[in-house]
Design a protein around this ligand. Structure first.
Ligand code: AZC
Length: 833
């Protein structure tokens, strides 16, 4: 019957992009999609109607893009991630379509302000941290550069928790981001896969050969929710497929027949629980059966989907790696490879050896972890219970792998113990990163320093065994969201001074700003743009906290997850030191002080007590300082609650200075520094993660670095542990005023103890003197506007390397071996490309 459909032409529904058509489609959605009257549509309603109008334009491109990939039989990459920190999508979609002017005009004609409608959108926080935001930036770059790619993940109903601060303390609330619906997703009830759990395995004879059969006990359905990801100024639009759990009908029917309707409904909610909530990733997952089920749920649905699409090519399964490659964002999706192995062997009847070759050629793995103790592992007991057949296969892989180790290093028990996929004592675990390295053809770190640490400290034996597998690809961020959308003022300036808008697609062009960094008029316009952004942030701070801050002050920002290794504690200890120093100054001396607003934002994992008490301390300090009339505008401290993508978009363009001060050798990358540098914020950092490369690009004299270098960390740590490190008296003085209760009666003893008695693992006391010194240099530099502005311009000029377009190009060329496949179509923009 379907060929009849081909002859039907749609009543002029081709989504034109002129202002009048946009108005029409908007009204159409008000009336027919939302079923509301034109006369009484509120801001939220208007946002939804607008989003639907944008979505229409995306869907057409998206379908065409998929068809184009399919017809051309191109090799594709599947990007697998347990997290996508997407943030808002409306502005991104409109900008990427190149239609902001038209949409703005159409909304204005209808009595709306486009920017206000942007603000209505919920922030999709389907991720917790860096690797989740990285996945979102990578999707934007893959789409923009026309790579044939798919994103795969989970559609959590509750994203990262909503953070509220009460009396200085963090409280976590569920973040039901779907409250007002999600106009970007398309529910695909036609794309659904069964996912099995638990049960037993039995050896059976099939055609005279032994064969392992799995009799699972639970079956849950994975339903696809598709989100179009538009590339910037290209017709190509990719798909992010997020899986949602749904009970299987058969399963419910069994229960119903047993006469127990209500427990069958209970099972329904049990099934749905799998994709109910995102786990914060720096609390331990150990023992969390639900998290293991989430991982398997995501990868099993994905692998089935990849196989279904591959089968359409009619090629043999041994050709799978020629058409598909799979990138795993950290070790969380590693079971994808085991699932593919299982299907090839158990369902397709391929041999182990042949199947193993297929997975090794298809999979690659990005590691985001530095400390070995943070590598992911799963209890074998749990794995055997939830995924018994997969556990067999892991044993088999390990068996073959250890034979290789034995061959390379005969009789070396140490090597076998270290490298084994199975940890034997004190308890038995599967080491997911070891498994990932064994089964992948490539594994990469996320900065040069991190990749080097992987080779020498985290996985040195694996590196000796397979040096060719280890690559380094420095992370990047998308300049569309982080510059063009978040910082219009500065973006316009850059376009003007570079005399081309194409820097947004070729960020290396920014380097040309360096040549002009001394030009007075550029400097003037540059600092004016920064000032406008600072006023906007000051307005937000006043609205949120009722606190007035002066945009004339130096805005000094640290925003990221709250963690001991990121050392927000060092920052606030310095703030207290600065405060007491100012208080002891004469009026004359105070005149020379550079006024600062120190801004923090970040969430602590709900069960991470020390991190939560760091948040408490910051807030308590802010209450004391901000209410001290004697200090006035010389110092203000701000903690902005509920850090998320859209908050970062307001803060980053307004920063004069941003802090990235992790103990050297603890931060794999730290992508926020790249966003700050692009936005002309001067970097204050330790030589860790991305700062090493940023300072190389920007020029060492234009960034402020300090502190222990990674190679000195072990010896200083042992000096601290053995009480051989003399603690700076200013540092100790701060600890005692906290102890005395100057910043509230909260029990800060555990926090203070983490810095004393040889416990200072993150070397705050060691780096404090250098930190104070570099802060003095910053104050001095800020007083000389043309010096400061020049540094700011050079920060932007030096950040071209850190576009995620560059990262993705490296992945495509070095790991995936895929090429762009650009579907030329009507591009509705005049912008050059
Ligand atoms: C983070 C790293 O901590 C951060 O340094 C890096 O910039 C980011 O990944 C992207 O590579 N790690 C995570 O988000 N999560 C885990 C499990 O490490």
């Amino acid at each position: 019957m379907h060929h009849w459909l081909r002859h039907i032409s749609l009543p002029s529904y081709s989504p034109d992009t002129d202002v009048k058509s946009i108005e029409k489609f908007f009204v159409h959605h008000v009336e027919y999609t939302l079923a509301r009257y034109r006369g009484n549509i509120n801001q939220m309603g208007a946002y939804r109607a607008l989003a639907m109008s944008v979505r229409d334009r995306l869907i057409e491109r998206w379908k065409d893009t998929q068809l184009y990939f399919k017809k051309n039989g191109v090799k594709r990459v599947a990007y697998l991630s347990m997290e996508y920190l997407i943030g808002r999508s409306l502005q991104n979609a409109i900008v990427n379509l190149g239609l902001e002017e038209n949409f703005s005009a159409a909304m204005k004609n209808l009595g709306y302000v486009l920017e206000d409608l942007y603000e209505q959108e919920a922030d999709a926080g389907l991720g917790y941290s860096g690797l989740g935001r990285l996945a979102a930036c990578f999707m934007d770059s893959m789409a923009t550069m026309d790579y044939p790619a798919w994103g795969y993940g989970l559609r959590y109903k509750y994203g990262m928790f909503y953070q509220k601060i009460k009396n200085g303390c963090q409280f976590e609330y569920p973040d039901y981001w779907l409250e007002n619906g999600n106009p970007w997703e398309v529910e695909r009830l036609d794309i659904m896969y069964p996912i099995h759990f638990y049960g037993t395995c039995k050896m059976e004879m099939v055609d005279g050969k032994p064969h392992m059969a799995w009799y699972p006990q639970q079956k849950i359905l994975a339903v696809a929710y598709d989100t179009p990801i538009p590339g910037y100024l290209t017709y190509n639009t990719l798909n992010l497929r997020l899986w949602s759990a749904q009970p299987s009908k058969e399963f419910d029917l069994d229960q119903f027949n047993s006469g127990d309707l209500y427990s069958s409904l209970g099972d329904r909610s049990h099934a749905e629980r799998i994709t109910a909530v995102l786990y914060p990733n720096d609390s331990s997952f150990e023992g969390k059966e639900l998290r293991l089920k989430q991982q398997y749920f995501m990868v099993s649905a994905t692998v089935q989907d990849l196989l279904r699409r591959f089968r359409e090519s009619k090629r043999q399964l041994t050709d799978f790696p020629e058409l598909v490659c799979v990138q795993m964002n950290d070790s969380h999706p590693t079971l994808a490879a085991i699932e593919l192995l299982r299907i090839l062997i158990d369902v397709e009847g391929m041999s182990y050896d042949e199947s193993y070759k297929v997975i090794c050629k298809s999979f690659s793995f990005t590691n985001h972890v530095v400390a070995r103790s943070n590598l992911e592992k799963w209890s074998i007991e749990l794995m055997e219970k939830v995924l018994p057949r997969h556990m067999h296969l892991i044993y088999e892989i390990n068996h073959h792998f250890l034979q290789q180790v034995e061959k390379k290093w005969p009789n070396d028990q140490g090597k076998l113990t270290h490298m084994s996929i199975i940890e034997e004592s004190p308890e038995r675990y599967v080491r997911m990163a070891n498994l990932a390295i064994v089964i992948c053809h490539s594994v990469n770190g996320v900065t040069e320093i991190h990749s080097e640490m992987m080779r020498t400290e985290v996985f040195p034996d694996f590196f000796k065994l397979w040096p060719e597998r280890f690559l380094s690809i420095t992370n990047g961020v998308t300049p569309r969201r982080w510059m063009l959308e978040a910082n219009r003022e500065m973006s316009d300036l850059i376009t003007k001074w570079l005399r081309t808008p194409s820097w947004t697609l070729n960020l290396d062009l920014l380097s040309d700003l360096a040549r002009q960094s001394d030009v007075g008029s550029l400097q003037k316009q540059w600092s004016l743009a920064k000032h406008i952004n600072k006023e906007r942030l000051a307005g937000y701070i006043e609205k949120t906290l009722g606190l007035k801050v002066s945009p004339e002050s130096l805005f000094d920002v640290q925003i990221k997850r709250v963690h001991q290794y990121k050392r927000q504690l060092l920052n606030i200890i310095y703030v207290i030191h600065r405060y007491t120093t100012i208080k002891s100054m004469t009026i004359e001396e105070r005149r020379k002080v550079t006024p600062r607003v120190v801004i923090f934002a970040g969430k602590a994992a709900a069960n991470y007590a020390i991190a939560k008490s760091i948040i408490q301390l910051i807030n308590n300090v802010s209450v004391v300082i901000n209410n001290d009339k004697n200090i006035g505008d010389l110092l203000k401290v701000v903690f902005l609650p509920n850090y998320c993508v859209s908050l970062a978009e307001i803060i980053i363009p307004a920063a004069d200075l941003s802090q990235h001060i992790s103990t050297a050798g603890t931060e794999a990358c730290g992508t926020s520094a790249m966003k700050f540098a692009m936005n002309g914020s001067i970097i204050l950092g330790t030589m860790d993660g991305s700062i090493v490369e940023l300072s190389k690009e920007i020029g060492e004299t234009n960034v402020f670095t300090f502190g222990t270098r990674a190679y000195d960390v072990p010896s200083r740590r042992s000096a601290v542990r053995n009480g051989e490190w003399g603690v700076d008296s200013r540092f100790e003085a701060v600890l005692s005023v906290i102890e005395r209760g100057d910043f509230g009666s909260h029990d800060f003893a555990p926090l203070l103890n983490s810095l004393r008695y040889g416990n200072d693992y993150y070397l705050l006391s060691v780096d404090f003197p250098a930190y104070v010194e570099v802060q003095d240099n910053i104050d001095a530099a800020y007083k000389i506007p043309n010096l400061w502005n020049k540094k700011s311009i050079l920060s932007t000029a030096g950040s071209g390397k850190f576009s995620s377009d560059r990262s993705i190009k490296q992945y495509a060329n070095q790991i995936w071996k895929i090429k762009p496949a650009r579907r030329s179509g009507p591009i509705s923009v005049s912008a050059e490309r």
